[in-house]
Design a protein. Sequence first.
Length: 349
Amino acid sequence: MDASSETIADALLGWYGRHARPLPWRSPPGSPPPDPYRVWLSEVMLQQTTTAAVGPYFRRFIERWPTVEALAAAEDAELMSAWAGLGYYARARNLLACARAVAAAGGAFPAEEAELRKLPGLGAYTAAAVSAIAFGRRAVVVDANVERVVARLFAIGEPLPAARAAIRAAAETITPNERAGDFAQAMMDLGATICTPRAPRCMLCPLSGECAAFRADEAERYPVKAAKRAKPLRRGRAYWIERDGAVWLVRRRPSGMLGGMRALPDDGWSARGDGSGELPLAGQWRETGVVQHGFTHFGLELHVAVLDGDGARAVTLSEGEWWPVNAIEEAGLPTLFAKAARAVLAHRA
Ligand code: SF4
């Protein structure tokens, strides 16, 4: 590390000592690292999700499954229901696969990034974060917050995503050998609270003296982003089949979009994407609402159709369950289908 890299690390760690966010999965600055299980669980939950949204889920998971062995013993369906609402459901499937792999190997997470990366669902970021935060190993941890701070500190003008290599190389130069876990969390906190995407609070920033973007009065210009392409829009249909105060729910196939989750039956929009699937039952269907939902790579317009009259009374359905309508909030539906259910019930009120 050269003098200015050391200045950056020292200034940031000093700031972190005073301003660290108290989060349920953390140890206070300068204290021994937290349980690797908690670090790993929180990092998986935090991918694409805010700390505010993750907090209650994290607490519930730790209460219900206090160790990696306990989580490994959970039923798939039980875990998917507990995850419902957090989104990006492949993470939940990988979470279980990873917990089982760690439990089968004796219950201890490995400390090295390379070993962590062999576990299901642990990409470069999560492996680096667990290695640094839970084991104090020197690892270069670059999430979206860190990416923004580093792009500004070094005024990296290349647009994302091509700039990632340069950002990583620059992050490498400022990562200290000691307290790498605190340093990683300090960068995340700085990005979340001071060096925010809009209107960064440079006057309060411990790194302003070293920041190239601040010196040029161009903080918001970085990171430079490539022009966005509009997301494609898919259309689909979900079906509400109800009788005797209960609605028919299915379990989605284990792989694919929202895999393994409880759901309303639908027309296969996730595979076909054109809403052309067939109605599951003959009868009088009534279009009751439209739900808009954003996935990572496409937007979805989901039309909700309700089977009218006695249509649902006569049918025999397989591979699913009748779920009490007045307890629909407890079905663990992913957000898309929870919205569809609310659309039906709002229409009725
Ligand atoms: Fe971000 Fe401003 Fe601090 Fe630079 S000085 S790191 S732009 S908050």
